[in-house]
Design a protein around this ligand. Structure first.
Ligand code: ADP
Ligand code: MG
Length: 621
């Protein structure tokens, strides 16, 4: 039999290679923009027609190519970026394989104009499915202008498998966003079917985030920054209350390259887990800088997945940096009640998103009815901001026609504030002067305390949940939690799905101090419960845990601890509607403000808001 093995012609080999590098129009955009970045461009324009089917054009002001290089660029394994295998381990460029242009030219029609900056004239090169049709000198702008027309024109199967235009365009846009985000210093323009979608000047990473994803992010993101010998991490994380159920913006970058890194994603998620609901995802934009020798960008053909030499150490640095940023933002213990420097904590602003805990009755007209004059109030009159109009009717009830002036100030103030209370004031000081340690309770739900920037409003139930959660978490982490026998075991009857869930999670519950026996037919008896829960009905606590676990089943042992701690904290915490004595209020407040992150419950609900002095002043403007 004669020999049958032949070498494939280059054009066929290129087409096969193209299958790997160029999967869809978005891949072309990525390769061309990366080439422009590597060429040192400071301005890059991306022009798309028909979701990239008809045209993908990238125009840059980078260094351009000589006539010969322009030709060479389309050969396979032709690259100016590495010379030897060793260079692979110290990459400073996006490209290095020398495959992209050859692959693109194999499956499309190319029209390239390029000129070196110090040249008199440029060159124009036309290629059709790997075949060079023509090359001639042409007067053109310094830099490179590359048009990729009729992608997959010669591979009908690939063309047929392109998704709907809307899907391909969305892929292109997502790719463009990543490229623009990792290169914030470069000016970018994106034109789709003759409409300019983005025009962004070179700027900081923050500005780029706002340009790409909307100005509203400005108030939603917190800076992260840390420098260590093995990695520098810079960027932004979303505030926990802006975590999204869908389409969270999550970007990891290393040395100017976008990357997928499930392990570092998980690192960020662990920091947010206690702060956001289980079905939400935080936004993040994190840029890592490492010595190129300590990463391997070569493990994936589209170069998205990157291997780090120091993965475990970077995990720790990353989580520390993210937690530090979350903590700094939540740094309420740092509130210096006397100093004018108040750390950044959520601040009440009328109509601000997510700040509905405290509302101002903007419909209030002081001339509707006789009302007290405000001259007698000091900072405490911000209590006006407690919510529904009915509270205010109640507040002013005792004051109809009673002017408040001069020497009556103190008495009036006390009287106003005791009217505020739902129950008559007891002998204790529910009302204090507005000095730094004063707290009052309103609606048996909120604790108010003056701070230098205004009035801090604390949701008492949430505050207590947080305090208990932190204490439970540390006790659950120590060892098996202590248990308390129940004098008369409680019987709990569940429905089928609750029963199945409880059989499943019973071992976890036993670890944390429950003792349960199965009585058959979805009935259980509770013979012991965690000592932590003394005073709480075991049945209620257990039902709550079952409900919580049904909604969000943890998959790690830390996740379980957190769920149990939170669920038990919710059961054991003082509820809204409970009147608190002054010492109780102060104790709660002290315990809360001792925590490193007192502003949010572990599931992301706001605990503390501040009604700012300006807003109080506005009420009387
Ligand atoms: P790689 O980027 O991996 O080197 P490519 O096939 O993408 O491979 O490009 C081949 C070569 O063409 C590059 O190494 C570079 O020298 C040159 N080149 C490509 N695009 C540009 C551009 N926009 N400006 C200047 N040179 C370019
Ligand atoms: Mg390239």
């Amino acid at each position: 039999m004669s020999d049958i093995i032949r070498l494939l012609p280059d054009s066929v080999a290129n087409q096969i290679a193209a299958g790997e590098v160029i999967q869809r129009p978005a891949s072309v955009v990525k390769e061309l923009v990366e080439n422009a970045v590597d060429a040192g461009a400071t301005s890059i324009q991306v022009i798309i027609k028909d979701a990239g089917r008809t045209l993908i054009q990238v125009v840059d002001n980078g260094k351009g190519m000589s006539d010969t290089d322009a030709r060479m660029a389309f050969e396979r394994h032709a690259t100016s970026k590495i010379e030897r295998a060793d260079d692979l381990f110290s990459l400073h460029t996006m490209g290095f394989r020398g495959e992209a242009l050859a692959s693109i030219a194999a499956v499309a029609q190319i029209d390239l104009r390029t000129m070196l900056h110090d040249s008199e004239a440029g060159t124009r090169l036309i290629i059709n499915g790997s075949k060079v049709e023509s090359q001639m000198p042409e007067a053109c702008a310094p830099g490179t202008n590359l048009m990729v027309k009729n992608l997959f024109f010669n591979v009908p199967v690939r063309r047929k498998f392109l998704k709907k235009d809307s899907v391909e365009l969305a892929n292109i846009m997502r790719e463009f966003e990543r490229l623009a985000l990792v290169n914030p210093g470069i000016e970018f323009q994106f034109v789709n079917n003759d409409t300019t979608v983005h025009r962004m000047v070179g700027s900081s990473m923050k500005q780029r985030i706002l340009d790409l994803f909307g100005k509203s992010l400005e108030k939603q993101i917190l800076p992260v920054s840390t420098t260590t010998p093995i990695v520098t991490v810079n960027g932004f994380i979303g505030r926990p209350e802006h975590a999204r159920k869908r389409n969270a913006l999550q970007y990891l970058m290393v040395n100017g390259r976008h990357m997928r890194h499930p392990y570092f994603h998980k690192a960020v998620m662990t920091c947010f887990e206690p702060l956001i609901p289980g079905d939400s995802q935080p936004n993040y934009f994190l840029d890592f800088r490492v010595d190129p020798q300590t990463i391997d960008v070569n493990i994936h053909p589209t170069k998205n997945e990157i291997k780090f030499e120091n993965e475990t150490a970077i995990w720790q640095i990353l989580t520390a940096a993210v937690k530090e940023s979350l903590g700094r933002f939540n740094a309420v213990p740092g509130i210096d009640f006397d100093s004018s420097e108040v750390p950044e904590i959520p601040v009440f602003r009328p109509n601000a998103e997510g700040m509905h805990e405290v509302e101002i009755d903007r419909g209030y007209n002081p001339f509707d009815q006789p009302r007290p004059r405000q001259s007698g109030f000091s900072g405490c009159n911000s209590l006006r901001s407690t919510g529904k109009i009915s509270d205010w009717e109640q507040l002013y009830e005792g004051f109809m026609g009673k002017p408040m002036e001069g020497s009556n100030q103190e008495a009036n103030l006390e009287s106003v504030e005791s009217t505020l209370l739902d129950e008559p004031a007891d002998s204790e000081m529910n009302v204090r002067n507005c000095d730094e340690s004063a707290t009052i309770q309103i609606k048996n739900r909120y604790i108010l305390s003056p701070v230098s920037s205004g009035v801090m409003v604390i949701d008492q139930h949430r505050a207590h949940v947080k305090v208990l959660y932190e204490s439970y978490i540390s006790q659950l982490s120590e060892s098996t939690a202590p248990s308390q026998r129940i004098m008369f075991p409680e019987i709990i009857e569940l429905d089928a799905s609750q029963g199945a869930l409880l059989s499943d999670i019973a071992p976890k519950l036993e670890e944390c101090g429950f003792e349960l026996s199965f009585l058959g037919d979805n009935s259980w008896s509770i013979t012991s419960q965690p000592s932590l829960l003394s005073g709480v009905k075991p049945k209620d606590a257990l039902l709550r845990i079952i409900d919580d676990a049904a909604q969000n089943r943890p998959d790690s042992s830390d996740g379980w601890k957190s769920l149990l701690a939170l669920s038990m904290a919710r059961s054991a915490a003082i509820q809204s509607g409970k009147r608190l004595s002054a010492p109780e209020r102060e104790h709660l407040l002290n315990e809360l403000l001792k925590l490193p992150t007192p502003n949010y419950t572990p599931d992301g609900l706001l605990i503390i808001s501040v009604i700012q002095n300006e807003n109080i002043a506005e009420l009387f403007a």
